[in-house]
Design a protein around this ligand. Structure first.
Ligand code: PXG
Length: 441
């Protein structure tokens, strides 16, 4: 088939690229012009195997017919409906489907347009919920070191990645952080690590310090993705749930990455058997195709707002594009694709093969840890002395040259392929990465 290649624009100055080394990129651009199933096509006509599902979002792979069709049909039928004081059927249908597939106890859906907005929404709902119940003194929010909750002010305040925080002022007041759960004795763990459940007890210390009755919510990623794939130690999430419940503190799981099949079940909450009060999602909700996020909440939280005269707005929050019709169509097409192809079960089925393949890289140069869960993996490299992140970034560039897309954070290589990946393509990822690790300095 003839490739319809788009030329690279000859002036790259205007676009200030997000989370990108702009000058490095513009000196040697890496451009994708098409994608299908497991592969991207580059502007120079090469195929690149997608080892990261875009940015952890294209769980069903690329250019999937049901999703493409749903978007096309919806754009031609109802392009936009006002999100406030008006509705359209797809938003309700999608909410019902999400509740049906969500873990027990998640009964309502608030739409956003990204993971960052889902986080802000969940934090605001937590504060307003306590206030609605006459516990307005619960204003504190607890996050975790090395946590990533998007880039807006609430998210970077509860987040724990220093570079995402330090240049942006004083952040939200009244925030504290749990310690991260990444312990050196857990190196080379397959699945959930043995050590570290006790780190959840730090919440008792924090609660005692501030007074538990001042804390509104704890937010954590059940598995921390962006900060380098950190797995929850066995018993850790259960313990967090116990302590939050004991003190009337809401527990929010940020499932922007773990939602929609990444761990082999719909949500991590289901995978780990721990029930939070809210779940934040985005990414895989629409297969990354149209920006959309959603916050799932318990009935208890939702119902706490449903009082007072019925002509009054209950929650002063929402976005112009909350429940956008085309985004809803994309999400419905996505959920249908996941279900028809049994992709969550497929991820669970492939996980042991993925695990073995990934851990075969153990003896490659500079590898200091490998960890995995579901269809997620991380290969951690020893940093070059005095030049942290450089080794992993070189690996990223070399992998791209060799036709493989990987993601790096610090000196950690993160992998999260689309759930449609074949065993042979897992081998290809590992073989290519093996070569890369042999070749990078
Ligand atoms: N919460 C979590 C847990 C996330 O992983 C967000 C919130 C923010 O989502 P938006 O849609 O606002 O970007 C995220 C996003 C990476 C990477 O490679 C991770 C994310 C985004 C881009 C890259 O680690 N996570």
């Amino acid at each position: 088939m003839a490739l319809d290649l788009k030329p690279i624009p000859n002036d790259l100055r205007a676009f200030w690229m997000p989370f990108t080394a702009n000058r490095q990129f513009k000196a040697a651009p890496r451009m994708f012009v098409a994608a299908e199933n497991m592969h991207y096509t580059t502007a120079d006509g090469r195929q690149v195997l997608d080892g990261t599902a875009g940015l952890w979002c294209c769980n069903a792979g690329h250019k999937r017919p049901k999703i493409v069709e749903a978007i096309q049909r919806q754009a031609a039928e109802l392009d936009y409906a006002p999100a406030f004081q008006m509705g359209h059927p797809l938003a309700f249908e999608l909410a019902n489907r999400l509740v049906d597939m969500a873990p027990d106890g998640m009964e309502h859906v608030f739409y956003t347009n990204s993971g960052s907005e889902s986080v802000e929404t969940a934090l605001k709902i937590a504060l307003a919920y306590h206030r609605a119940r006459g516990e307005g003194q619960r204003t504190r929010l607890i996050g975790r070191e090395r946590g990533y909750h998007g880039v807006n002010f609430g998210g970077i305040s509860v987040g724990g990645i220093v570079n995402n925080r330090k240049n942006f002022g004083t952040l939200l007041a009244g925030v504290d952080h749990l310690p991260h759960t990444h312990l050196p004795e857990n190196a080379w763990t397959k699945g959930q690590p043995e050590h570290g459940a006790h780190l959840a007890d730090e919440l008792e210390r924090i609660a005692a310090l501030h007074g538990p009755e001042t804390i509104a919510a704890v937010i954590v990623e059940p598995m921390a993705g962006s900060t380098g794939v950190l797995m929850p130690p066995k018993g850790y999430l259960e313990r967090l749930r116990e302590i939050t419940r004991k003190h009337g503190i809401l527990l929010i799981f940020d499932e922007v990455i773990t939602g929609f099949g990444r761990l082999g079940s719909s949500f991590a909450a289901e995978h780990f058997g721990v029930q939070p009060d809210m779940i934040t999602t985005a990414k895989g909700l629409t297969n990354g195709v149209i920006p959309m996020g959603a916050v799932l909440t318990s009935a208890e939280i939702h119902d706490a707002f449903m009082h007072g005269p019925d002509h009054l707005i209950e929650l002063f929050h929402g976005y112009t594009y909350s429940g956008n019709p085309i985004a809803c169509a994309a999400a419905l097409g996505t959920l249908e694709t996941y279900a028809e192809e049994g992709l969550f079960a497929r991820a669970a089925e492939l996980a042991p093969y993925w695990e073995e393949a990934l851990h075969s890289l153990r003896d490659k140069p500079n590898v200091i840890d490998i960890r995995n869960m579901g269809l997620i993996g991380a290969v951690e490299l020893a940093p070059i002395a005095g030049a942290p992140t450089k080794r992993a970034f070189s690996a990223f560039l070399k992998a791209y040259e060799k036709g493989l897309l990987i993601r790096t954070t610090g000196d950690i290589i993160a992998l999260s392929p689309p759930l449609i990946i074949e065993r042979g393509q897992i081998d290809e990822i590992v073989d290519t990465l093996g070569e890369v690790l042999e070749e990078v300095e």
